[in-house]
Design a protein around this ligand. Sequence first.
Ligand code: ZN
Length: 149
Amino acid sequence: MFFRLFALAVLGLMSTPLWAANCATTVEANDAMQFNVSNVNVPRSCKTFTVTLKHTGKLARNVMGHDWVLTAAADQAGVDADGLKAGLDHNYLKPGDKRVLAATKVIGGGETTQVSFKPSLLKPGTPYVFFCSFPGHATVMHGTVTLTK
Ligand code: ZN
């Protein structure tokens, strides 16, 4: 009974415009090569969605740099491999890579950066991921991007 009431309350909240307008999120990355979230929800109802990446560590960007890159799950390995060759000058992403749907620059400890993209770029039913393209980080630093209503 309690659960039912709670569920109804939550549904009620979710149907309000304020809740639906949550078109931004903050993701943290640290010196231990970790993101603080394993999934990012992107509402389709948002015109644009903004990800703020905050590096909470102290290490420099050429040592423990992080970025936030959005691709289809099937493209992650290829984008990461090509990014490695592109080097830090190109934020470890191949310039003009069409598989990259959104990406921040690579930042170091204490820095913050942002990227915005259109959720309409994402196709319902296609699995999407986010990851860090700094060499060797993607195997640990990755998560899912879920398209929501
Ligand atoms: Zn990283």
